[in-house]
Design a protein around this ligand. Sequence first.
Ligand SMILES: Nc1nc2c(ncn2[C@@H]2O[C@H](COP(=O)(O)OP(=O)(O)OP(=O)(O)O)[C@@H](O)[C@H]2O)c(=O)[nH]1
Ligand SMILES: [Mg+2]
Length: 341
Amino acid sequence: MKREPAEAKRIQIPTYEEVLERIKSRYPGRGRTLVDREIARLQLVYNIVMSKTEFVRDLKTLLSGLHPFYKKLVAIEFPEEELERAIRCVEKARRVAQNMWEKYRFLILASENKREALRISAEGRGRILSALKRCRRGLETLRGMVKLLKDLPSIDPTLKTIIVAGAPSTGKSTFVRSVSRARPDVAPYPFTTKNVSIGHFTAKNGEKVQVIDTPGLLDRPIDQMNEIERRAAAALSELEGCILFLVDPTNEAYIDVEKQVAILKAVSTIIRGKPVVVAVNKADIAGPRLVEEAKAKIARELENTQGINLAGIRWLAAIDEKQARELAEWIAESIPGRRKE
Ligand SMILES: Nc1nc2c(ncn2[C@@H]2O[C@H](COP(=O)(O)OP(=O)(O)OP(=O)(O)O)[C@@H](O)[C@H]2O)c(=O)[nH]1
Ligand SMILES: [Mg+2]
């Protein structure tokens, strides 16, 4: 079953210090025999460690059921081996807690005098806590990962999807703002968008369409991309839908048209046959000559490129909501319906 990253909201991961605090606040005092008290203390440490690490089961279920897009986004910041190590550490601490509780409870009962009972009890509690202490960093990693998951946009793989991509400052976020109620930041400088985000619109035929805003890409191979570009690459490779690749034809563009098209070529290996619409943006300020020149260059550059399923080359002023919406409608009509997963 597919898991939503928002399910991470239910998962509470404590720090090692929080577990200690909890134990201290509930520590059994006097008022019973020493042996009873020491067993109660050992049991308290065992119970709290077990209850505070119960999250590990839900976390494993959530991670294994995540859509590959989310798995990729998580892996960009938290390498799989690091997460596995952290989870194994917590699982081991649970096993140690179980074993030590059973073993030391018996040893306390069998102790010959008060001093021995005290020593054994302290040793049992120490062994449980030191197993958990070894996971200190792992717990921090898992907390960070759960926070990341909570903040990820909720993408519905069953909806029609337009993935907006391109070089920095080509107008991707402007387009998403124009066609949906989403409000990604737009600014006149490059690399404004750092994360993938999502907007929705309802097409004329009543169908809901999701529009994905992505960070800007540069003309370089995928294995040389930084973390932010890799988030865009994760959307291009793992989400189904149509790619709307925006090109800035103006003389102020962050990189020239040839380099912008080279980006599309560089990602052709990961987009695996998804339909691509290239739109020459900023037509309002570029004027017809630059737009036509850009369209001709794009057609020429892409003519002999393998792996790009070109569905059209258009022009656009993303800043003009009506035009942006028309292009979005046209793309939505041209994308085949998404099957239910
Ligand atoms: N005139 C005009 N300006 C536009 C158009 N589209 C975007 N812009 C401007 O171009 C600049 C960059 O726009 P963004 O939408 O932030 O571009 P982006 O591709 O999301 O940029 P990054 O997130 O940094 O990659 C902003 O100043 C926008 O106002 C357009 O169609 N016409
Ligand atoms: Mg942007």
